[in-house]
Write a protein that binds this ligand. Structure first.
Ligand SMILES: NC(=O)c1ccc[n+]([C@@H]2O[C@H](COP(=O)([O-])OP(=O)(O)OC[C@H]3O[C@@H](n4cnc5c(N)ncnc54)[C@H](OP(=O)(O)O)[C@@H]3O)[C@@H](O)[C@H]2O)c1
Length: 289
């Protein structure tokens, strides 16, 4: 029997409507419109599309979304000055620096410069530290999107074996942290194994997963024989290939083995933006208590 499709697009839409309602109520009370500023450096086509989608999503949720575009040649010092200005601008609540940055810019230096209270991507070391201690200020958008898909699809996480393939600072590592956290919420208390490019016997490990998350960046990498029959498979990957966008999971084959699976596109991708809207509202509330 083919797997149940975990429709991230539908779940994200519901979340976005909830956020829009919260924004509307909070703005009416506070007189403040949440404001996200996205910093886009260069003219990479994919980044421009992501930024545009973020801006449109903001507008639909009643959030002000502004984009500051800088040339790819901008010196790092100038970028740092811009961030310093945004940090102190009382009218800006959330700051997002679109990645990747040009090669001459050190992304760590830029991301570390964003004021923690405006760090809606949850990349600042202070926010990562708070997340790690189980008292998050913000939840990182893509991992939070994965967690919401599981929770809103009533997939039990507590006590289950989750295998996360990928240990990046953006997806794999924070997701593992969030799912293993001792928290009185659904979507936590899992037994988590993290795999990466140095993992030996990867397929043996992935086959023990009740919930398998792929955040690798290699098209169709997870094959049917790497998945335990009846497992839940979450595909975070977004890979541009000749036929269009594909995930890290061989969807056609794995959907005959898994009990439930996210598609690409239409799975985790839309959730990331939905969580960004949540974080922007959270940032605005934090700055205007
Ligand atoms: N849906 C969304 O909104 C969203 C958001 C962010 C990213 N993504 C997508 O998610 C994917 C992962 O992104 P990322 O930023 O986490 O990528 P990344 O920083 O390149 O990390 C990839 C991870 O996969 C591991 N890996 C690579 N080859 C492997 C192999 N053969 N076997 C096992 N593990 C392997 C790497 O291991 P090492 O650490 O050992 O190198 C690394 O930990 C990409 O396709 C990206 O486009 C989607």
């Amino acid at each position: 029997m083919p797997a149940q499709l975990l429709d991230g697009k539908r779940i994200a839409e519901a979340l976005r409507l909830e956020t829009a309602a919260e924004v509307s109520a909070w703005s009416a009370k506070s007189g403040v419109v949440p404001h996200l500023t996205v910093v886009l450096v260069g003219e990479e086509a994919a980044s421009a599309v992501y930024v545009r989608n973020k801006r449109i999503a903001c507008e639909k949720a009643g959030i002000r979304g502004s984009v500051l575009t800088l040339p790819a040649t901008v010196p790092q010092t100038e970028l740092l000055e811009l961030i310093a200005r945004l940090n102190t601008d009382p009218d800006v609540h959330g700051i997002l620096v679109q990645l990747p940055l040009p090669k001459h810019v050190d992304p760590q230096a830029i991301l570390d410069a964003v004021a923690p209270l405006k760090d809606v991507d949850c990349f600042h070391p202070e926010n990562v530290g708070l997340l790690s201690q189980g008292r998050p200020r913000f939840l990182p958008c893509t991992p939070a999107g994965v967690q919401q898909i599981l929770m809103r699809s009533s997939i039990p996480v507590a006590g289950k074996h989750v295998v996360v393939v990928g240990r990046s600072e953006i997806v794999g590592k924070p997701l593992a942290l969030m799912l293993m956290q001792k928290q009185p919420v659904d979507g936590a208390n899992a037994t988590v194994t993290v795999c990466h490019s140095r993992t030996e016997g990867l397929a043996q490990v992935t086959r023990t997963a009740d919930i398998l998350v792929a955040a690798i960046g290699l098209p169709d990498f997870v094959k049917a024989e790497m998945v335990q029959p009846g497992a839940v498979v979450i595909d975070v990957g977004i890979n541009r290939v000749e036929k269009g966008l594909v995930g890290d999971v061989d969807f056609a084959a794995v959907s005959h083995v898994a009990a439930a699976i996210t598609p690409v596109p239409g799975g985790v991708g839309p959730m990331t933006i939905a969580m960004l809207l949540q974080n922007t509202l959270r940032a605005a509330r934090g700055l205007h208590p």
